[in-house]
Design a binder for this molecule. Sequence first.
Ligand code: PA5
Length: 444
Amino acid sequence: MVKINLEACKGFIRQEALQAYQQKALAAFDTLMAGNGEGNDFLGWKTLPDETPESLVSACEKVRDDWKAKGVELVVVIGIGGSYLGAKCAIEALSHAFVRPQGVPQVVFAGNGLSEDYLSELLDLAKMRSTAVVVISKSGTTTEPAVAFRIFKDFLEKTYGKAEAAQRIVAVTDKSRGALKTLADREGYATFVVPDDVGGRFSVLTPVGLVPIAVAGFDIRAMLRGAAAQKKALLEKSVSNPAIQYAAMRNLLHSEGGKAVEILVTYEPKLTYLAEWWKQLYGESEGKDGKGIYPASVADTADLHSMGQFIQEGSRIMFETVVSVEKSHRTLTIGTDPDNLDQLNFLAGQTVGHCNAMATLGTRLAHIDGGVPQLSLSIEKIDEENLGAIFYFFEFACGISAYVLGVNPFNQPGVEAYKKNMFALLNKPGYEEKTAEILKRIQQ
Ligand code: PA5
């Protein structure tokens, strides 16, 4: 479960202003709960934690078991944006940083860019391993994953034959529309549905996240359980509801405090992709109509040695939201060295975790002194339940926060602009007029 502490913001805000923003957040909470705000045809994510049927969970686990029985060693998960970041975040957070357990496939990602070298090198790996593919696209028409899938489908069919390749491909897509759905039906791939009323960045608890996370060997039931417990904790209409507190404070710091940037700060390398997932969630949900807080991130303590200078003394445009983990899974104690040439004996007997906690505290205090308000979120440990909880917390708080800001949290009209230009430049049929316009523009 996610805990919040906003004490360190107090010196930066006026109490009456906070109360006003709390009222706005309470009203936004009502809108979200009643489902009568903008984008209300995309609220399916709200009930996923406790309404995901057992049959769906077992179907995700069956993919894991079937591929295990086949001896699959490498699973390429193809998707981009909301069809990528949730699974990537969970798998990075839950995996051993260096060693994979016996019998569990390596899960890698593709289709989240158009790098020729990346795809070529991934094919090199696939040639050395027994490989399967999960292709994820709600629309079924997104170019980056479609290109990667065409390449990997061809690879699988040439390597294993068409019939066996079809057993090694799972598609996660719309229930009836899109090129991927047509292809999956024709080729007989196992298919999972992305619900109509769940947008990409809110889809980690649908098969978009659940299939890859299960295949990577993690407990999706515990993840849904954690999300369900967090959901229950967020249902109360109260200023002590952590989602309401977070939404109110970030909007207050933005609108009245003039802070244009929120930096999500983590002190666990395994949570680096939590920040990437969060950036998409908040960036795409709020950054529109000329509004929004720019979501950024740092991975400390590493980034204290790069971005720390700017955060301490640069333009005062940001506040920080620090995500802490209360307990590490392992304990590592720093030893005594009789020679003490490294002059570290003052740390002898202390754990590395304690040093990390003191680095977190020291940095927070320094950044407060430097004029950077600090919001604090914490989870007990990194496991499936807590990840489910923090996913749900951020999604729910995002809905409230965007309504406070006055935008539709669930659309993303701006992402079409680059696509139109790219299609025109790649001579996609139907874009001839745009192609001519762009060519004229770039020749000038
Ligand atoms: O949040 C979103 O809606 C986007 O990031 C989409 O997830 C992303 O563009 C991929 O779309 P699709 O799943 O249709 O391929």
